[in-house]
Write a protein that binds this ligand. Structure first.
Ligand SMILES: [Zn+2]
Length: 84
């Protein structure tokens, strides 16, 4: 896997983000692979031999999590102790 440097990250999300709801680059999410809260805009992109591009955890290559491993911090399925 080879890292690709993305110049316009918001634009990259528009074209490559796998889910309908595109997060802001300033959003925070929980990466369940490294168990860290990450800033979405710090994502890295890696390309494999077939030319497939993967949106990866900012902690890559130490973390092998990708965009599908990021959970919303306000996910109602996770335990919450804040009221808002
Ligand atoms: Zn991670």
């Amino acid at each position: 896997m080879k890292e690709i440097i993305i110049k316009n990250k918001q634009n990259y999300f528009k074209e490559h983000y796998p889910f309908a709801e595109i997060p802001k680059l300033t959003d925070k999410k929980l990466c369940i692979h490294c168990d860290n809260i990450i800033t979405v805009g710090d994502f890295k992109v890696f390309k494999d031999e077939e030319g497939e591009e993967y949106i990866c955890c900012p902690n890559a290559p130490n973390c092998d999590g990708t965009v599908i491993d990021w959970f919303r911090l306000d996910n109602p399925e996770l335990p919450q102790d804040t009221n808002h």
